[in-house]
Design a protein around this ligand. Structure first.
Ligand SMILES: Cc1cc2nc3c(=O)[nH]c(=O)nc-3n(C[C@H](O)[C@H](O)[C@H](O)COP(=O)(O)O)c2cc1C
Length: 194
């Protein structure tokens, strides 16, 4: 396979999958992305942004956050801002973990993967010039909610807005991560040309 030959020829890329998660769903997606990229012959690690450090030591970065009330978590935005220079000067991919529920469309028929993109996405695209941004379905564990959100879920509208369950689409996660690995392998081969 192309990807494993990249590894045997010493062309493996070193990839950071930095993520911000409040209740763990996004961390799980980041870990699956790192595992998928690693299984393609590259070296990928998943780290919470608080412990991710300087991305300059990596060949490429995947940065993702949970979306709450339309926004990325502040620690993810801070990481993007603090490391803007290093991130914009290497290949970067962004992801968000947001929509919950079994429907792919909202009440108006709009694709949830499009309408739930975080509000700061245009600024992130402008600052970091990512190769792609992808929205993944997320998960909601009621035991991890604040008291106010637990109270909200006692109302029928609250339960409709915040349905309980794990809606993460692992096939979608693996497909996206495999595409990143393919692009990294192509870039590694290009760099190694005499
Ligand atoms: C109070 C609350 C607000 C949320 N707001 C949004 C939102 O605006 N857009 C969205 O796509 N998902 C929203 N979600 C769903 C979360 O983004 C989803 O559950 C995500 O996977 C959580 O990730 P985490 O476990 O890593 O924190 C919300 C969830 C809660 C509990």
């Amino acid at each position: 396979m192309e990807e494993s030959s990249a590894l045997t020829k010493g062309l493996a890329m070193n990839v950071l999958v930095a993520h911000a998660s409040r209740a763990g769903a996004t961390a799980g997606i980041a870990e699956r992305i790192a595992a998928t990229i690693s299984s393609s012959g590259h070296e990928a690690v998943a780290r919470e942004v608080a412990h991710a450090g300087d991305p300059s030591g990596y060949d490429a970065v995947v940065l993702g956050s949970a979306v709450y009330m339309g926004h990325w978590l502040k620690q993810a935005k801070a990481y993007a801002e603090q490391h803007r220079h290093a991130l914009s000067s290497r290949p970067v991919w962004l992801f968000s973990s947001g929509p919950i529920g079994t429907s792919r469309v909202d009440d108006r028929g709009h694709d949830l993967l499009e309408v739930t993109a975080p509000q700061e996405l245009p600024d992130l695209v402008e600052a970091l010039r990512p190769r792609d941004h992808h929205v993944f379905f997320g998960a909601l564990d009621p035991t991890k909610l604040s008291l106010a959100h637990r109270a909200l879920r006692r109302l029928p509208t609250g339960r409709k807005l915040l349905p309980e369950g794990d809606f993460r689409d692992w096939q979608d996660v693996e497909r996206w991560a495999a595409e990143i690995a393919t692009q990294l392998s192509a870039a590694a081969r290009e760099e190694s040309r005499p």
